[in-house]
Design a protein around this ligand. Structure first.
Ligand code: SF4
Length: 268
């Protein structure tokens, strides 16, 4: 490739990164980088300036945002690479909001990541796993959008990650780390009386401080007792999607829900 391209230093470096050899009459030296590829000059430049996914830092002050500012911030978030493949962010669903303020709830259900249906609809726990969760809530005399009453009962449902990992792969630790402040703020604003942590990644995100060995502990060993997150009781259980593949675990989930209900009742 002759140097009729008038490439500057940065463009040369980018082409070199790509393994493209550029001949320079100025230096009479070739940038020899294996593996070299044949590439049209115009294509080379197009590739060289093709933008990588833009990552914009999370805004400052999440821990002071109100509910509607938090929702808006999540909607526009580009703080990890998942922003490049999502269709929608999935902030959460639950009891009605009061003029943009956080809904009043007793229960916060935290899942793992949005799946394909959730990404398309912008709502957590839809599809078959969502139906199973709705049935569980029904058995507890709760519903995903039911209002909080004098007897309590409001529910909010969200995930650790607000964007879907492509192909439903597991979330990466750096993605969880980037997204977690949003969940932390949701918990602070919702002030639930009980959190149900559903699935391994929800449990790891919520219990990291109270259970230092959480990453190496099977979820089954964390069931059956009440943990804490931000001074809110947390009960650990299996994710509905896992239960659908392992139906005998349904009874264990019901036992976990009973533990949570009993703890909540005892605290009143
Ligand atoms: S997953 Fe979370 S941190 Fe990553 S882009 Fe979505 S909202 Fe932002």
């Amino acid at each position: 490739m002759t140097d009729t391209l008038h490439l500057d230093k940065r463009q040369r470096a980018m082409l070199a990164e790509m393994g493209v050899r550029v001949w320079s009459p100025m230096t009479e030296a070739a940038v020899m980088l294996a593996p070299a590829v044949d590439i049209e000059p115009t294509q080379a430049i197009a590739n060289a300036i093709k933008p990588a996914p833009i990552l914009i830092q999370r805004p400052e002050g999440i821990d002071h945002m109100d509910w509607s500012a938090l929702r808006t911030t999540v909607t526009g978030c580009q703080a990890c690479t998942l922003c490049g493949s999502r269709q929608n962010t999935v902030f959460g669903v639950g009891a009605p909001e009061a003029e943009g303020a956080a809904p009043q709830v007793d229960w916060l259900i935290v899942g793992e990541t949005p799946g394909e249906d959730e990404d398309r609809q912008g709502e957590p726990f839809v599809g078959q796993a969502g139906k199973l969760l709705d049935n569980m809530l029904g058995a507890m005399k709760l519903s995903r959008t039911g209002a909080h009453t004098a007897e309590g009962g409001g529910v909010y449902i969200t995930n650790v990650l607000k964007c879907r990992p492509p192909g439903n792969r597991n979330p990466k630790p750096e993605e969880v780390a980037q997204c977690l402040p949003y969940l932390e703020r949701q918990v602070a604003l919702l002030k639930p009386k009980m959190i149900l942590a559903m699935g391994r990644f929800a449990v790891q995100a919520l219990l990291r401080e109270s259970v230092p060995e959480v990453d190496g502990t099977p979820l089954g060993k964390l069931r059956g007792r009440v943990h804490q997150y931000q001074n809110v009781p947390v009960v650990v259980t299996y994710h509905p999607a896992y239960v659908m593949r392992n139906l005998p675990e349904k009874a264990k989930v019901w036992a976990d829900l009973c533990l949570a209900m009993a703890h909540l009742k005892g605290a009143e």
